[in-house]
Write a protein that binds this ligand. Structure first.
Ligand code: FAD
Ligand code: NAI
Length: 464
């Protein structure tokens, strides 16, 4: 037993865990964080949000330079790709971020207990040979890749997002299984660098969780950019050989088999909660039918003194959701009131154009029998988007038919990952489309499209 004891031990240093640890320390709780990776920051900083965005940003610049700027009178000769350099950029961004968390731990006097944490019982965590006593245990162990039965991810030919972030050369062809967020983001990175990308999606649409208009328009835009799609299709077999992968495909509802060959197969069919080796069975922490840790409204598991946040519990697997849960839990443990509104968690897909959303989709409102109004405005009618030569997409606002309260906002377009914040704030304050319509938006900015969509919800857009 170690001499050291804590108020809080957080297991896992992803955005849920490290943010929770910092907030606990800020509130005067003696805090440690257990992490088994060699660097802090979890999936997000090491092999998720941050490296993928570094490659998305760099590949987007490359594609822009590769002819896309000609329409604006900029011709570039002798352009070439230095993939090693691009990967080095990604690695340096990851390093700066993970080291940044290490610095924040030191600044806040949080002990990093290096190794895999095992919960021996409520109030005790073992890391290697040491066992530490603590008042509260917070599980923030995140999620892991899902694979298909009989398909071994070797991270060389058959890769998950982790392998797709590290390819040493640009493949000629890539098949992506799954037209969700990872499939489209990583598919875009490699298509921009020259790979022929085919997305195989089981359902009859890409981005199935998003508003129907967004899925449809985004597929059209990505197709125009050169991405290929096979919707309503399942992969029944994938065999990796020396020169790539051979795949057997079938219509999702059954039918004739077709074959496909590719240099690389990216499996991006979702992620599962990660609880391996924590010792939850022994301690009696209950899981739900999908392997997620069951928690109550205060993030308490079935065992007193043990809590869970982030990807390992129900809800969208998003870094900012995990972070907010971490803050709320820390504040509750310190005797304060925490608040999180699950109806106001934005989602962003960092393709180009970007996709963003908050709140209900049109289909959800229909299913719930809610009467609603739609205000939609395209980027083609926005001066700034024209000046940027980026006119794909729209903003769609769904507001209540009687109260006008904003219920959902869905966007495709340039920088809509930033523009969504306005909608989130308005929804958090229970605001209406009219509130947005009456708010002064600077001209010429992309944000005017949000205002125009709000005006359109009342049938009075100006610029269309
Ligand atoms: P994680 O970040 O998964 O961290 C869990 C940590 O716990 C890991 O470091 C793990 O090593 C550690 N751990 C597990 N078990 C133990 C143990 N027993 N002892 C010690 N340590 C342990 N989300 C966004 O919001 N925006 C994005 O742009 C985005 N992009 C993504 C891109 C990719 C390619 C991927 C894969 C994910 C992306 N996500 C994104 C999702 C995001 O990464 C997750 O939602 C987020 O990381 C979840 O945070 P977490 O703290 O719950 O867990
Ligand atoms: P996802 O859930 O977004 O998409 C998976 C897709 O695969 C779905 O469209 C699904 O219908 C399809 N699918 C499932 N089984 C299939 C099969 N057998 N054959 C063909 N298609 C199949 O999951 P994804 O893209 O793997 O991402 C995992 C998580 O990571 C997501 O929950 C997401 O929230 C998070 N993430 C977030 C990002 C962001 O916020 N920008 C970026 C990347 C990941």
């Amino acid at each position: 037993m170690s001499e050291k004891s804590y108020d809080v031990i957080v297991i896992g240093s992803g955005p849920g865990g490290y943010v929770c640890a910092i907030r606990c320390a800020q509130l005067g709780l003696k805090t440690a964080c257990v992490e088994k990776r060699e660097t802090l920051g979890g999936t997000c900083l090491n092999v998720g949000c941050i490296p993928s965005k570094a490659l998305l940003q760099a590949s987007e610049k490359y594609e822009e330079a590769d002819g896309h700027l000609e329409a604006m009178g900029i011709k570039i000769k002798g352009l070439s790709l230095d993939l090693k350099g691009m990967m080095a950029h990604k690695d340096s961004v990851v390093e700066a971020n993970t080291k940044g968390v290490e610095f924040l731990f030191k600044k806040n006097k949080i002990d990093w207990l290096k190794g895999a944490g095992v919960i021996s019982k409520a109030g005790e965590v073992t890391v290697g040979k040491e066992t530490y006593k603590t008042k509260h245990i917070i599980i923030a162990t995140g999620s892991d890749v899902i694979s298909l039965p009989g398909m071994e991810i070797d991270e060389k030919t058959i890769v998950s997002s982790t392998g797709a972030l590290e390819l040493s050369k640009v493949p000629k062809s890539m098949v992506v299984i799954g037209g969700g967020v990872i499939g489209l983001e990583m598919g875009c990175v490699w298509r921009r660098l020259g790979t022929e990308v085919t997305v195989v999606e089981f359902l009859d649409r890409i981005l199935p969780g998003m508003d129907g208009d967004v899925s449809k328009d985004m597929q059209r835009i990505l197709k125009k950019q050169g991405m290929k799609f096979k919707l309503g299709t399942k992969v029944t077999e994938a065999k990796a050989g020396k020169s790539g992968v051979k795949l057997s495909l079938e219509p999702a509802s059954g039918g004739d088999t077709e074959t496909l060959e590719a240099d690389i197969l990216l499996v991006a069919i979702g992620r599962k909660p990660y609880t391996e080796g924590l010792g939850l069975d022994k301690v009696g922490v209950a899981l739900d039918e999908r392997g997620r840790i069951k928690v109550d409204d205060h993030f308490k598991t079935s065992i007193d003194g043990i809590y869970a946040i982030g990807d390992v519990i129900a809800g969208p697997m998003l870094a900012h959701k995990a972070e907010d849960e971490g803050v709320v839990l820390a504040e509750m443990l310190a005797g304060q009131a925490g608040h999180i509104d699950y109806d106001c968690i934005p989602g962003v897909v960092y393709t180009w154009p970007e996709v963003s959303a908050v709140g209900k989709t049109e289909q959800q409102l229909k299913d719930e029998g809610v009467e609603y109004k739609v205000g939609k405005f395209p980027f083609t009618a926005n001066g700034r988007a024209r000046a940027m030569n980026m006119t794909d997409g729209f903003v769609k606002i769904l507001s209540h038919a009687k109260t006008d309260r904003v219920l959902g906002v869905h966007m495709i377009g340039p920088n809509v990952g930033e523009l969504i914040s306005e909608a989130v704030t308005v929804m958090e304050f229970g605001g209406s489309a009219e509130d947005i319509a009456r708010t002064c938006h600077a001209h010429p900015t992309l944000s005017e499209v949000v205002k125009e969509a709000a005006l359109a919800a009342d049938g009075r857009p100006i610029h269309i």
